[in-house]
Ligand binder design. Structure first.
Ligand SMILES: Cc1cc2nc3c(=O)[nH]c(=O)nc-3n(C[C@H](O)[C@H](O)[C@H](O)COP(=O)(O)OP(=O)(O)OC[C@H]3O[C@@H](n4cnc5c(N)ncnc54)[C@H](O)[C@@H]3O)c2cc1C
Length: 345
């Protein structure tokens, strides 16, 4: 089966990787993309394992996808590939001033050492940050430096005879020689799919700094707040969540908000060297679109499709689980094709 994957961010790359791992020589895979690492949205991401969408329409799916990624990180970490793939095991403190916010702890057993912060710790942090925190949690999980993870995946795709090609796909029509097309185009899906009114950009601006003395994550979950997430080579200071905002330029006000807010959480950051400011557009959607579809080409061919986009602010966290889900669909398509051939014979 000849498969085309559109997109070389974390979603397209994990999908290509998983298909080649699972089906080997039974398939051929070509990844088409305009942008590659370090220029994708995935490269802007802080790479923290952090599921969102568990309050949405399909919490069981989100939990399964997220757990699969946690297991994948753990496997990379334990296999000695952590350095190359940019994966770190890291402790995380999440706090909030929001009285009504309840931490969704469906994933309590996925991470390590998950515990609620006790009142003394909440008071100490409130004093340090001059904030009025109401609750918080602590746990250990994984983060990755996306600009290391993506090249690692590209290498593994090519080592398994997958092809990677720089090409803009103007229409699914361009790929009508393939048996199956998998759409992992993030916001690019707006141009290709056209009728998805649910998909919208959620702009995120962050600042990467050099602060090798910071070893753990601090995330203020209150509205309009800040976070500090170390990756392997730099520390990500964040960040904004601006819905329906398509600006890709760095905004000076956002920059001030990030620098001031993060220095308040950790004053040592005032001495950190700024590496670069980054902006990315998260593919915002009520839920991930992961489903089969058919595209009828101008020549009347029924082109099999799988959509895999709309991962919002958790694309890294959900990517590998979604890739496994796509592989299940591919398996079903291959089985149906085999049965059809048998019935003709
Ligand atoms: C500031 C910020 C922080 C974040 N932090 C986290 C985090 O800590 N943890 C987490 O899990 N998630 C995080 N995210 C979310 C995560 O980055 C996204 O959900 C994820 O990157 C989406 O991956 P993707 O592969 O779908 O998109 P992308 O990485 O953008 O890849 C899309 C690919 O599709 C290609 N493409 C699009 N249209 C076409 C076309 N017509 N023809 C050919 N190629 C095309 C592009 O060239 C690109 O290769 C963050 C996002 C932002 C902005």
């Amino acid at each position: 089966m000849e498969i085309a994957i559109i997109g070389a961010g974390v979603v397209g790359s994990t999908t290509a990787f998983q298909l080649l791992e699972q089906f080997g020589k039974r398939i051929s895979v070509t990844v088409f993309a305009v942008e590659f690492s370090p220029s994708t949205t995935s490269d802007v991401s802080s790479g923290l394992w952090s599921p969102r969408g568990l309050n949405g329409r399909s919490p069981e799916k989100v939990l399964k996808w997220s757990k699969d990624m946690h297991d994948f990180f753990e496997k990379l970490w334990k296999s000695g590939e952590a350095n190359e793939a940019g994966v770190s095991l890291i402790s995380v403190t999440r706090i909030t001033t929001n009285n009504t916010q309840r931490y969704n702890d469906l994933w309590r057993d996925v991470v390590f050492d998950h515990t609620d912060l006790d009142q003394k710790v909440i008071e100490r942090l409130s004093q340090q940050h001059k904030r009025s925190y109401t609750s918080g949690i602590y746990f250990t999980t994984f983060t990755c430096e996306p600009s290391l993870l993506l090249p690692h995946l590209y290498n593994r795709i090519q080592a398994a005879d997958g092809r990677i090609e720089r090409k803009r796909i103007e229409s699914f029509e361009d790929l009508d020689t393939f048996d199956l097309v998998i759409n992992c185009t993030r916001i690019g899906a707006q141009k290709l799919v056209k009728d998805d009114a649910e998909l919208k950009a959620v702009r995120g601006q962050v600042m990467r700094v050099e602060a090798p003395w910071i070893f753990d994550v601090l995330l203020d979950d209150s509205d309009n707040s800040n976070y500090i997430i170390p990756n392997m080579n730099t520390v990500v200071l964040g960040g904004t969540h601006q819905t329906n905002d398509y600006r890709k330029k760095v905004d000076a006000n956002d920059r001030r908000f990030i620098y001031k807010g993060c220095s308040n959480l950790n004053p040592s950051l005032k001495r950190a060297e700024i590496f670069r400011d980054m902006v990315g557009l998260r593919p915002g959607r009520d839920q991930v679109r992961l489903e089969r579809d058919l595209f009828i080409t101008k020549r009347g061919k029924q082109l099999q499709m799988i959509h895999n986009y709309g991962h919002g602010g958790s694309g890294v966290t959900l990517s590998y689980g979604c890739a496994i889900n796509v592989a299940d669909i591919v398996n079903a398509i291959m089985m149906a094709d085999t049965n059809k051939r048998k019935s003709i014979l």
